[in-house]
Design a protein around this ligand. Structure first.
Ligand code: GDP
Ligand code: GDP
Length: 435
């Protein structure tokens, strides 16, 4: 399971600066080539080959002083719930404040490694000033200059060294993992319970609680699969009008841990930015996606209602629209088994491997008939293609002039793959490479 490093602290201590620094290195290597867009609050990094996810919990704007206190508490709680390791950032220029003390009190009670980081220590004088923070009653802190990056190496060495070793053996290894994600009150628990209700013979893996994840094995309806949930998700939102950022962040880990994400949308509210964020997260992590519109019992319907609703969602989600959309009621249990069935189909699509011979037999004539448009009198000739042995479908097309293959043609290629081989619900990566 993925390790998550959360950065907490008051506004302006330098959290985003450090966050960006963590992401930069990696982006230069990985994301620039794959065209992955960056999320403001969430991203992947690695240190000495160890991958981890970084969350900048401070990404949320705060206005009044009142709201501010509540925000900090939520940030810290989120970090405590979801992170493997917590970086608590302080600002040497401002010294130790009451809010810092309060945050530290919360963190101390968490049973997780906390790294105290004194930021903006750009000079020796500031290094010395940092000793003031011993008042927190700590034995060790790290001084850092997020702006220049000095000090980050030592910090990362220790963080990575302390990551839990994977002694935990997943008892459900190899089984399809599904998570239900969505905004608060959309009906996630109702669906989970409805499935539990149908299925009496369930096994819940509580061993995973060391990592705060709950897995429940289902083996009925002719399928065997595991529903992944995190403690953070299952716990009821403490505040009614839970903020977008927090509910998305809470889904991060269970999404990363799953093969298929059921994105649940509220029929009475429609597809909103929060749904879009969850969608982006699933897509970025190359997970299978099923959209279920819940509370369909509350909607007044005529013949075109489902068609129009689906069209509206697809209009908003962008280019990747080959995704199943289902209309269910978790409350009345209408079509809930269909949702499971479709999620399993998407799982199969994601795991699908097309034989090289078959792939070439189908795709080469397609390229023959509709080659990439010539550029500056040069013709692109696609000679050969393979599917990579990755968990989600990725294809490499070998050709003479890969730099001449434009976005539109890549899309055409993707659509052809979808048409001929059926990858509904699954993000596909396509690379053109020099042969
Ligand atoms: P956040 O609100 O905690 O995310 O803080 P930001 O990362 O947005 O940083 C707040 C301000 O502090 C910005 O103007 C940064 O340029 C500045 N800053 C961040 N890190 C450092 C540092 O190491 N040294 C100095 N001098 N300034 C920094
Ligand atoms: P969660 O926060 O996503 O886990 O949402 P819950 O499962 O707790 O559901 C929130 C509220 O919506 C509860 O009052 C449910 O009874 C109600 N609800 C859930 N699914 C449906 C549905 O399909 N139809 C109707 N009418 N209400 C539903």
């Amino acid at each position: 399971m993925s390790n998550i490093v959360a950065i907490v602290g008051r506004p302006n201590v330098g959290k985003s600066t450090l966050f960006n620094r963590f992401l930069e290195r990696r982006e230069a290597i990985v994301d620039a080539t794959s065209g992955v867009t960056r999320d403001r609050h969430y991203g992947k990094s690695d240190w000495n080959g160890v991958e981890f996810t970084v969350i900048d919990t401070g990404g949320y704007e705060v206005n009044s002083e009142d709201v501010f206190q509540g925000e900090i508490t939520k940030q810290v709680q989120l970090a405590v719930d979801e992170a493997t390791s917590i970086i608590f950032m302080l600002n040497v220029h401002e010294g130790l404040t009451d809010t810092d003390q309060e945050i530290y009190e919360m963190l101390r009670r968490a049973n997780k490694p906390v790294y105290i980081v004194i930021n903006k220590a750009d000079s020796a004088k500031e290094e010395l000033a940092a000793t003031e923070f011993y008042q927190l009653g700590i034995d060790k802190y790290y001084t850092l200059s997020s702006a220049t990056g000095s000090g980050t190496g030592e910090l990362l060495d220790d963080i990575v060294k302390d990551f839990p070793t994977d002694e935990y053996k997943d008892p459900f290894e190899g089984l399809p993992k599904i998570t239900i994600a969505g905004r608060p009150n959309v009906g996630k628990s109702t669906l989970t319970n409805a499935l539990l209700d149908v299925e009496r013979n369930i096994v819940t893996d509580v061993a995973g609680t060391t990592r705060d994840s709950i897995q429940t094995l289902y083996n009925k309806f002719g399928y065997e699969f595991v529903l992944v949930d995190t403690a953070g998700m299952r716990r009821k939102a403490k505040v009614k009008e839970d903020l977008e950022f927090y509910s998305v962040m809470r889904s991060v880990r269970s999404i990363e841990y799953s093969d298929v994400v059921i994105i649940m949308v509220d029929a009475t509210l429609g597809w909103e930015s929060q749904d879009m964020n969850i969608f982006g997260l699933a897509q970025k992590n190359r997970k299978g996606i099923v959209i279920v519109v819940n509370k369909w019992d509350l909607v007044e319907k005529d013949t075109n209602t489902t068609r129009d609703f689906e069209a509206k969602i697809k209009e908003k989600i962008g280019q990747f629209t080959d995704i199943p959309v289902l209309f269910i009621s978790a409350l009345t249990k209408q079509r809930i088994l269909k949702a499971v069935e479709v999620a399993m189909e998407v799982y199969e699509n994601r795991a699908k491997k097309i034989k090289t011979s078959k792939l070439n037999e189908v795709m080469l004539p397609v390229f023959e008939a509709t080659p990439p448009p010539a550029l500056k009198g040069k013709y692109v000739k696609i000679k050969y293609c393979v599917q990579l042995p990755t968990p989600s479908p990725q294809f490499v097309f070998f050709c003479n002039l890969p730099q001449y293959v434009k976005e539109a043609y890549k899309r055409f290629t993707e659509n052809q793959l979808r048409k001929h081989f059926g990858f509904t619900g699954v993000p596909i990566e396509i690379y053109f490479r020099q042969k």
